[in-house]
Design a protein around this ligand. Structure first.
Ligand code: RRO
Length: 310
């Protein structure tokens, strides 16, 4: 029998799968369908202080190798997700609450309210929304990132995590990890958010395919798998006291296996969940179990983080 159980921050979980923030997690109804899915954990849509309708449509497009989006942080406001977390059955699944304040003060205000809540949801601070016009990604400004983490660390006394943008240079992996490692209570790192500001052009219509930001948007799906694996492994190596959540390009058991091999403790599904709905978790878990069985692995710990070098 293949055992898919794992641990996250000391908590046992039935399997390592969860949704990627933004997909199937904006409304209570969507969150409820995740709650009844085979995923062992789930995360809410990144939220702001007040509700937002987001960018004009079309703002998401499925593509042969993935997706492009410029949603613009549509969400119901943090109180809505906090309310969900307060009423959630935390025995059933691990719940993450993702926040993405438009300013440092907004983040601090949301954290102050979350701090008072009694529910055990895990806080994730999104440092990497690529789609709000005029708002650069905090994760690409190491000084701003340090300032924000310093505030979060002061305001919030429980373990928390961050969602990072993809990095593309070894010096940036080093610099980001150095900042993250200043904060021992920063217990997990989610890699990666979408690859920001891609441009997809339809040759037939000679047009961009999404409306906001002149067609520029975040890429997900197969386009980003090698970048996601690189970031997971880079932070797995550099942040030995933190757990890594892998996100990017998972559409079957094979990519989930690769994320685990690169060092991820949990694995998120975004574009494939959008395309297939929550049944994707059953399929990917079955495929992952079959891969493990074919390789003679009885547990995830036998191969997690054990990527081989040449
Ligand atoms: O809402 C979005 O446009 C969005 C967000 Br907050 C994010 O973190 N990543 C993304 O691809 N889209």
């Amino acid at each position: 029998m293949t055992d898919l159980t794992c641990h996250f921050l000391g908590q046992p979980l039935a399997n390592p799968l969860m949704n990627a923030s933004g997909v199937h997690c904006r409304t209570h109804a969507e969150l409820d369908t995740l709650a009844t899915s085979a995923a062992a954990a789930m995360v809410t849509k990144s939220c702001t202080l007040e509700p937002r309708t987001g960018n004009p449509e079309p703002r998401y497009r499925s593509l042969p190798l993935g997706s492009i989006n410029s949603m613009g942080l549509p969400n119901e406001g943090y109180r809505y997700y906090l309310d969900y977390a307060d009423r959630f059955d935390h025995e059933q699944k691990l719940l993450f609450l993702s926040i993405s304040g438009l300013t440092l003060d907004d983040n601090v205000e949301m954290i102050a309210a979350i701090r008072e809540a009694v529910n055990p949801a895990l806080l994730e601070v999104n440092l990497s929304c690529p789609n709000v016009p005029g708002k650069p990604q905090t994760g690409y400004d190491f000084e701003a990132m340090d300032e924000l983490l310093d505030e979060v660390n002061d305001a919030y006394k429980r373990p928390f995590g961050v969602k990072l943008p993809p990095y593309f240079d070894i010096s940036h992996f080093d610099a980001a990890a150095e900042v993250l490692n200043r904060y021992p209570r920063l217990a997990f790192v989610t890699c990666i958010n979408s690859v920001g500001n891609g441009l997809v052009i339809d040759p037939e219509t000679e047009s961009v395919v999404i409306k906001p930001k002149d067609g520029f948007g975040g890429l997900g799906g197969s386009y980003v798998l090698p970048t996601a694996l690189a970031n997971v492994n880079a932070f797995y190596r550099r942040c030995p006291d933190k757990q890594i959540i892998g996100c990017g390009g998972v559409q079957s058991g094979t990519e989930a296996f690769l994320h685990l091999l690169a060092g991820a403790s949990l694995v998120q599904i975004g574009t494939a969940l959008y395309e297939e709905g929550p049944a994707v978790f059953d399929r990917v878990l079955g495929e992952l179990a079959a891969i493990m069985a074919s390789k003679g692995y009885a547990t995830i710990d036998e191969f997690r983080g054990k990527l081989k070098m040449l």
